[in-house]
Write a protein that binds this ligand. Structure first.
Ligand SMILES: CC(C)(COP(=O)(O)OP(=O)(O)OC[C@H]1O[C@@H](n2cnc3c(N)ncnc32)[C@H](O)[C@@H]1OP(=O)(O)O)[C@@H](O)C(=O)NCCC(=O)NCCS
Length: 150
């Protein structure tokens, strides 16, 4: 990275760049998924949902998506970060941290005091990242069960 890094709101023109970044991530999602996320968080202009990208040298090198969710699972309104990715070419240079800090600032201004996320316990990289940002196990426990065929 030579140019200064900018963290800004995503715009519709960022769609292809975000999909390309996600494709190199651990859990690439469908294009249809990203179109829906752009519709909801970029076009609709929610004031309690944030889709941010990191840009350097006129290139999108990272993205983060989060929102305020109220009373889910009985929890008072809190922030959720549910998508995050940084280009492999510029990882471990603080891009993820800057995006996460900006997301936390936006969530705080939206009125919440806690930020949450969910991470696959085998995903050491993502766990290490979120722990470095101060996230710890919270008061809720995820429960699940495979649904057997009838
Ligand atoms: C997780 C991810 C977003 C981190 O982005 P990044 O820009 O490389 O992270 P940063 O440079 O801001 O690192 C912040 C801290 O995270 C931790 N971290 C980052 N990369 C790490 C690695 N490879 N190994 C261990 N810890 C790591 C460190 O504690 C680091 O702090 P330090 O630099 O003081 O050691 C990036 O690796 C990524 O896109 N991974 C693939 C997609 C993914 O897992 N997304 C999350 C699930 S949706």
């Amino acid at each position: 990275m030579t140019d200064p890094l900018t963290i800004r709101n995503a715009i519709l023109a960022d769609l292809e760049a975000v999909i390309a970044l996600d494709l190199v991530g651990l859990a690439a999602k469908e294009t249809a998924y990203w179109r829906e996320i752009f519709d909801r968080y970029v076009s609709a202009g929610k004031d309690d949902g944030f889709f941010l990208v990191a840009e350097a040298n006129a290139e999108v090198i990272g993205f983060i998506v989060g929102e305020v969710r109220a009373w889910e699972f009985g929890s008072p309104p809190c922030g959720w970060v549910f998508a995050l990715g940084v280009s492999p070419a510029v990882r471990e240079q603080g891009v993820g941290e800057l995006m996460f800090q900006e997301m936390c600032a936006r969530l705080k201004r939206a009125g919440v005091a806690i930020v949450r996320t969910m991470v696959d316990r085998e995903n050491k990289l993502t766990l290490s990242f979120f722990r470095s940002q101060g996230l710890r196990s919270g008061r809720y426990i995820e429960l699940e069960k495979p649904l057997a065929d009838d």
